[in-house]
Design a protein around this ligand. Structure first.
Ligand SMILES: [Zn+2]
Length: 183
């Protein structure tokens, strides 16, 4: 279980640096620890023993105090079959994005943000991300859409010090954009 940096800490707003490839043992270990943190956070019996632990599906290294371009995403797509979407990525970069947008109807959440920030954070519906995949141990081109694309954009934003509520219209947080897909 890692200590999470909250949005009251200035380092969370700082840009993160690219990591060198091949990945150092230290960077690979950090990705594995972040993955472990997410898995523990999704385990109800583990959470019961650690009441301060919040359930999460994604983490970026600056959220654990390391300003490097590393992100992890882990969430179930089919809990019965134990199928998960899992990304352990270094230097992820959005190389293309759709004009079509989407948003989470219930709003986004973030392990670094304790306060409520109601509203819609608009994101591209489809994106392509180039990255080094630390699980596959190769460079990959990820094609993501919908929830998957939102999760990737949320974590990649962290590498620029951007938080989800920066994307919510302050004056009209529930403004509905034409053509945007609600998820
Ligand atoms: Zn976040």
């Amino acid at each position: 279980m890692l200590k999470i940096v909250k949005d009251t800490v200035s380092s969370l707003r700082a840009p993160s640096k690219e990591v060198e490839l091949p990945l150092s043992q230290k960077d690979e270990d950090l990705l594995l620890q972040m993955w472990e943190h997410l898995k523990e956070s999704q385990d109800p019996s583990f959470r019961e023993k650690h009441p301060s632990l919040r359930e999460g599906i994604g983490l970026a290294a600056p959220q654990v105090g390391v300003n490097k371009r590393l992100i992890v995403i882990h969430y179930p797509v089919d809990e019965e079959k134990k199928e998960y979407i899992t990304y352990l990525l270094a230097n992820p970069k959005i190389v293309s994005q759709s004009v079509k947008e989407c948003y989470l109807e219930a709003g986004e959440g973030c392990l670094s943000v304790d306060k409520e920030h109601p509203g819609y954070a608009y994101r591209s519906y489809r994106i392509r991300v180039e990255a080094y995949d630390a699980l596959k141990k190769e460079n990959v081109l990820i094609k993501a859409m919908g929830f998957d694309a939102i999760a990737l954009q949320h974590e990649i934003d962290h590498l620029s010090g951007i938080l989800f509520y920066d994307r919510i219209d302050k004056k009209n947080p529930f403004y509905k954009k034409d053509g945007a897909i609600a998820l």
